[in-house]
Design a protein around this ligand. Sequence first.
Ligand code: SME
Length: 160
Amino acid sequence: MYTEPEQQEMQADPDWLLRQAEALLDGYEDPVANAANLSALLYHSLPDVNWAGFYFLKDGRLLVGPFQGRPACVEIPLGRGVCGTAAASRKILRVADVDEFEGHIVCDLASRSEIVLPLIRNGELLGVLDIDSPVLDRFGPEDERLLAGICEIYVRSLGD
Ligand code: SME
């Protein structure tokens, strides 16, 4: 059973989140089931997060997948918004202030900062992992490292 971590626990063991993710996905290859459990894990473990979830590349655009948070826009064209830009460039985007990002797509008015990581499997773009925060400049290099680890665990879980 999952129990929410104490902040001290997360601080004492920075890789706690990665181990939880490995344990949750162990033995499961289903892309939707694994994305659903990871979004719940991230939403309930990371402080100051108001949206955590997946967009999957489908028919040339991003389509919303499993997530936690307020209802979100269903489709995002490649190259649009933070998600579409990260997907098109295949680069991690950390946006300290979403109001300063031209073309940012508002899903929840409370969101102030955002991080988006592309999901790439054997050179193929699968989609993105997107996390929003109501706090300005919420995501630093350590969040980026952990979330990149989460993306790796997700992609690996899908098998070959
Ligand atoms: N803000 C994102 C849209 C997705 S939501 O934040 C869930 C963007 O600009 O791509």
